[in-house]
Design a protein around this ligand. Structure first.
Ligand code: ADP
Ligand code: MG
Length: 389
């Protein structure tokens, strides 16, 4: 492990001639269960993991924000009075968006300089975007000293991503990045934002994230298409059941009653979301009971449904799922995040993790000629301060 805090301090001094007053971290996340349920007002079960974006910063005397990305080796500066979309340094829009919506929420902000450094793989499904949003938001909160609840900061991050960056995502990523808890998964009701923690002792089983190295090419257009198909499904069900606002409100009995009345594609999408919501609820209960084997079965069922009914898998994800399910000590393999590439997530017995990694490396390469990146993850706390100077 190299010294990222030291790096942030060094870059801060180099680019801004000062040292940070505070360094925050926003973790990446992986969804153990809940595939495409979040924007259907449904349930999810993610964990915050041990990769993160760190943000170190210091207030300045004017109303400007200076940001240096130690990953991209680029800096930007903008005025708090006029926060515009940056078409050149697009990474800065996550920072700009969060600050814009903090201001819109009525928070008084002073200018600041900040250095950002992340080790969340970008665009792989671990949500580096939520990590940078939460690290930024919490840095602003720490430096300026304003009160804001954790769910509210998550909502600011989601707004930044939806309305400033322009990516249509649900609340899960920011919520878990902000509110994760060490050695626990988080159960979240994406409609009410009610949440609870479920123990997940990562000394017994490890969460292994396997990056297929296939970038998620189609994800934006296909994601939007799935969302509109779900909305259509919800609209149709609302004709038969006026209380249906989203697919969250459709039970499997209601689906069985009306599946023949739905267009074929919509029917598949609805079947996935309805089944997945029920699986998430069950998975919470079996995890609570410490039954990792049954939990693994539910993870596998989640993947199969996302592949067959929601149709968001791809050849590389299938190869990785096949390999990870068969590897030593594996309890499950399923796609993480939105699909179409990116990562899978497995639960692996702690004592066989090394063999698991070795087999996955060899077998996945054999199948695809790609060299995967593998991350052995632990469940970590959500966003917080790592150093206050
Ligand atoms: P994901 O969230 O799955 O990793 P996204 O496309 O949603 O992928 O978000 C990735 C984007 O977030 C990057 O392209 C970049 O703009 C921004 N980002 C993530 N990490 C950093 C970082 N360390 N420094 C600057 N920008 C970052
Ligand atoms: Mg993202």
């Amino acid at each position: 492990m190299y010294d990222r805090i030291g790096l942030i301090k060094k870059e801060h001094s180099k680019h801004f001639g000062s040292s940070p007053e505070a360094i925050t971290r926003g973790p990446g996340r992986v969804d153990l269960m809940g595939s495409h349920t979040d924007y259907n007002d449904g349930f999810v079960l993610p964990v915050a993991v041990n990769v993160d974006v760190m943000a170190g910063g210091r207030l300045r005397d004017d109303n400007k924000i200076g940001v240096y990305s130690a990953n991209f080796k680029k800096s930007v500066e903008f005025s708090l009075d006029n926060i515009e979309f940056d078409t050149v340094n697009t990474w800065s829009n996550y920072v700009r968006g969060v600050i814009h919506f903090l201001k819109e929420a009525g928070v008084k902000l002073r200018g600041a300089d900040m250095v950002i450094h992340g080790n969340v793989p970008i665009g792989s499904g671990l949500s580096s975007s939520a990590a940078i949003e939460m690290a930024t938001g919490y840095l602003m909160q720490t430096l300026n000293g304003f009160e804001m609840s954790a769910p509210d900061l998550a909502l600011i991050g989601q707004k930044a991503e939806n309305k400033f960056v322009g990516v249509n995502t649900g609340i899960m990523d920011q919520f878990i990045s902000r509110l994760g808890k060490k050695d626990h998964a988080l159960f979240l009701d994406c409609r009410t934002l009610e949440y609870g923690y479920v123990p997940l002792d990562t000394s017994q089983v490890k969460i292994v994230v396997c990056d297929t190295m296939k970038r998620r090419g189609l994800v934006d257009s296909e994601y939007d298409l799935r969302r509109s198909q779900c909305e259509e499904g919800a609209r149709l069900f609302a004709q038969w059941y006026p209380n249906v606002k989203a697919l969250r409100d459709v039970t499997s009995e209601m689906y069985d009653e009306h599946k023949a009345d739905l267009p074929e594609v919509v029917s598949k999408r609805v079947a996935h979301v309805v089944g997945e919501n029920e699986r998430v609820l069950r998975s919470r209960d079996v995890l609570q009971a410490g039954d990792f084997v049954e939990f693994g079965r539910l993870m596998n069922a989640s993947h199969d449904s996302a592949r067959d009914l929601y149709e968001v898998s791809c050849a590389e994800l299938e190869a990785m799922v096949e390999v990870t399910r068969a590897a030593p000590g594996s309890l499950a393999g399923r796609m993480a995040g939105a699909g179409f590439g990116g990562c899978t997530v497995s639960l692996v017995k702690d004592e066989t993790v090394e063999q698991f990694l070795e087999v996955v490396r060899v077998e996945y390469h054999k199948k695809t000629q790609l060299m995967p990146s593998l991350y052995v993850c632990t469940a970590e706390d959500g966003t917080g301060v790592v150093e206050r100077l």
